[in-house]
Design a binder for this molecule. Structure first.
Ligand SMILES: C[S@@+](CC[C@H](N)C(=O)[O-])C[C@H]1O[C@@H](n2cnc3c(N)ncnc32)[C@H](O)[C@@H]1O
Length: 250
């Protein structure tokens, strides 16, 4: 029996933003494995077993998926957005590296998805049009000191920045600290985009100057984009366009 493992990104929320390649993999799957809200986005059908698990059990989930594939099942591990961006693809490879040699011979593919920062950037205009970086603000998997260091260096290098996992109930203070660091390092009024639940019915986009950004503008479902010093606003009726020019004068 030959099984397979596909690690797929479901995009930010809308069905219209699921790639045809991912839809085809889901249509062929015998098993879908993932975090509860992501598995809930996959329609049940005869012949498909859904394995939903809680957050923070990524390695167990990867092991389960690899075991099912080894047993000959056609397994799809689902993540939101892109599976390689703060998501399951790394967890699967970490598990393979530490696991039995037979897992390395499995048919394994990663299918990209539209990551939250790109969906959010498109809503606002083109804030990531020049050099940028993405930082996960959760300190569940890395020390907070490292996050602060990267924030200061990113501000010093004048990157636009996209922040994932800005704030949660168990981490109420980190994002306020992030804003303090950025205000201290940048000392200007560059735009900050708060993009919540992008591409879903609950989508909310707001743009504020950095000194007016407040921690309670973000939650678990928000991706935050902070412009570089060159990021510009085109005011108009309704929401402004936010963009970062492609070029920097020599
Ligand atoms: C664990 S990360 C997963 C990221 C995902 N793999 C991706 O590529 O978008 C979860 C974080 O992604 C961001 N996120 C995911 N979906 C979003 C959406 N529809 N709108 C805004 N932010 C989103 C939020 O910052 C959230 O805290």
């Amino acid at each position: 029996m030959t099984g397979s493992l596909v690690i797929a990104g479901l995009g930010p929320g809308s069905d219209a933003l699921v790639t045809p390649e991912v839809s085809a993999a889901l249509a062929r799957a015998s098993d879908v494995v993932g975090y509860i809200p992501y598995v809930a986005r996959v329609a049940a059908r005869p012949g498909l077993t859904l394995h939903a698990s809680d957050n923070r059990v990524e390695i167990d989930r990867a092991r389960q998926a690899l075991g099912l594939a080894r047993d000959g099942r056609r397994v799809v591990v689902v993540s939101s957005g892109d599976p390689g961006v703060f998501a399951m693809a790394s967890a699967v490879f970490e598990t393979i590296e530490a696991g039995p040699p037979a897992w390395r011979d499995l048919d394994i593919r990663v299918l990209p998805g539209i990551t939250a920062m790109l969906a959010a950037a498109a809503r606002a205009g083109a804030p990531l049009g020049h050099d940028f970086c993405a930082i996960n603000l959760s300190d569940n998997l890395k020390p907070w000191g490292l996050i602060e260091r990267r924030l200061r260096l990113a501000a010093k290098a004048d990157f636009a920045m996209a922040f994932y996992n800005p704030r949660s109930r168990s981490r109420p203070d980190g994002f306020a600290r992030t804003l303090d660091i950025l205000n201290d390092a940048c000392r200007d009024t560059r735009p900050v985009i708060f993009a919540r639940a992008v591409s879903t019915a609950r989508e909310q986009i707001s743009v504020v100057p950095l000194p007016e950004a407040r921690a309670d503008m973000a939650d678990m479902r928000t991706v935050v984009i902070v412009g570089s010093s060159a990021t510009r606003i085109i005011a108009r009726a309704g929401a402004p366009f936010v963009y970062t020019p492609r070029s920097v004068p020599a």
